[in-house]
Design a binder for this molecule. Structure first.
Ligand code: MG
Ligand code: MG
Length: 259
């Protein structure tokens, strides 16, 4: 596993911040009547205008720049002009870029207008579980400490923790060692070392943790019971006594306040 220098971490911070700004730019456009294809175009244009390349495009044949996953779609929703956002939907936007050779990767689940209290609970718990996972991402802990923090909290709140997809290391490649599951046992798994850069990305379901993958497109992951799912992802560098979070939701919080 490749540990990043301070200088490399600063380059990755720039990549992660561009992803953060892209998410805010796309989030600003989420309203009833727009298609996920339109949102993808907004994201791709913003990424390219800022001198970067959308890393998802053509990754293992993926046909778009963003993954946009509505309601019961967990992740890897392919933007489509026929998928139209409506009031009360939740819209998970996952974005990756390559800037100066370094990858950024983060996600945020937006609410379109008013959502039900159950859906708001799903969003709040998933977002909070990411923060609980991040707290454990310090040198000397193990990957299982992160997963345990996320899983125990979400399950106590009555939610399902997706097992089939996990977080990951990141650097010059989008997916590097180690895998970062959102479940696990304390004190087990890879040792976290200073200079590791990882993405923690809880995918949390309102009902069962079980998911299905579309046979039609080979990408779209949905909940097996068709209940909604949320996804938040941040990129961070492991340090001695804290997690140095490279992703920022500040821009997103600003645009959401204005709405
Ligand atoms: Mg990721
Ligand atoms: Mg991602």
């Amino acid at each position: 596993m490749y540990l990043k220098s301070d200088q490399e971490i600063e380059l990755m911070r720039a990549s992660a911040l561009l992803v953060s700004k892209t998410l805010a730019t796309v989030g600003q456009e989420i309203r009833p009547g727009v298609s996920t294809k339109y949102l993808d175009k907004i994201g791709e244009t913003f990424i390219r205008d800022n001198g970067a390349v959308p890393s998802f495009l053509n990754f293992c044949g993926y046909p778009a720049s963003l993954c946009i996953s509505v309601n019961e779609t967990v992740v890897h929703g392919i933007p489509d002009e026929k998928i139209i956002i409506k009031e009360g939907d939740i819209v998970s936007v996952d974005c990756g870029v390559i800037l100066n050779g370094w990858h950024g990767d983060s996600a945020y689940t937006f609410a379109c207008g008013e959502v039900s209290p159950e859906v708001q609970h799903l969003l709040d718990v998933t977002r909070q579980s990411l923060e609980l996972g991040i707290e454990k991402a310090v040198a000397g802990n193990r990957v299982g400490d992160i997963g345990y923090a996320i899983q125990s909290y979400c399950e106590a709140e009555g939610l399902g923790v997706v097992r089939d997809l996990v977080g990951h290391g990141i650097g010059r490649d989008m997916h590097e060692e180690p895998e970062i599951p959102n479940y696990g046992r304390r004190g087990t798994g890879h040792l976290l070392k200073e200079g590791m850069v990882i993405c923690i990305e809880p995918m949390i379901n309102m009902g069962t943790y079980r998911v299905t993958i579309s046979e039609k497109d080979g990408w779209t992951v949905k909940t097996a019971d068709h209940l909604p799912s949320a996804h938040f992802e941040k990129q961070l560098a492991v340090r001695k006594n804290h997690a140095d979070v490279l992703t920022s939701y500040d821009e997103i919080n600003k645009i959401l306040k204005k709405q």
